[in-house]
Ligand binder design. Structure first.
Ligand code: HEC
Length: 178
């Protein structure tokens, strides 16, 4: 082996032992998840959640959909929440459809939770929600600025449901389908 090759190998080794190991072993932090561009093909988690001025649709990737009630969702689970604006009247109230539900307007943003082995190590102190990492995107999949400690604080109390707000409803609906 000539000198250049030995030096190059030493540099590559040094690079991976410092940066490579950290990047691969620890996974992403909040705001660093890859946008799940094909999420619309995921199984539906829940549809048409009504908020005063929004409608939310939830998706779960096929890995997550193998989850079992009463257990943690598996590593590799991706949960996606589409947040639509509701159409508002002149007074700023949601315009209701004949069935009493909000009328969907444009897709405003997309919230994602994804879990991977030991990713919880990347959570800020006191805000570890299992191995979940949070990210928020614009409708075209670009990261948007949000306060991730707020996401965590609001999901944090749900440790008996793997930090997933609609955990019970999801399993009830999925497992009792005709
Ligand atoms: C004020 C409390 C609150 C905050 C802050 C919050 N969430 Fe949630 N989240 C909820 C609730 C409640 C639901 C269930 C859907 C519903 O009722 O709107 C939910 C549902 C979700 C879901 C679908 C899975 C589930 O838990 O049912 C994802 C994904 C999600 N949130 C991501 C985020 C992200 C990312 C942020 C920060 C950008 C965030 N959330 C901030 C309360 C919150």
């Amino acid at each position: 082996m000539n000198k250049i090759n030995a030096t190059t190998l030493a540099l590559i080794f040094a690079f991976f032992s410092t940066f490579g190991a950290t990047a691969f072993a620890q996974g992403p932090k909040d705001g660093e998840l890859k946008f799940p561009a094909n999420y619309e093909e995921f199984p539906r988690f829940l549809n048409g959640i009504q908020k005063p001025k929004h409608v939310r649709d939830l998706f779960i990737n096929p890995t997550g959909n193998t989850g079992r009630a009463g257990k943690l969702l598996p590593d590799g689970t991706i949960l996606v929440m589409e947040i639509y604006n509701a159409k508002l009247d002149a007074d700023g109230n949601a315009i209701k459809r004949p069935d009493g539900k909000n009328t969907k307007d444009n897709l405003a943003k997309i919230y994602v939770m994804q879990k991977g082995k030991d990713w919880g190590k990347n959570a800020p102190a006191g805000l570890k929600t299992g191995d979940w990492i949070f990210s928020a995107f614009s409708p075209d999949g670009q990261p948007i600025k949000v306060d991730y400690s707020a996401c965590r604080s609001c999901h944090l109390p749900l440790d008996d449901k793997d930090f997933v707000h609609r955990y019970n409803e999801f399993f009830n609906k999925r497992d009792n389908r005709n």
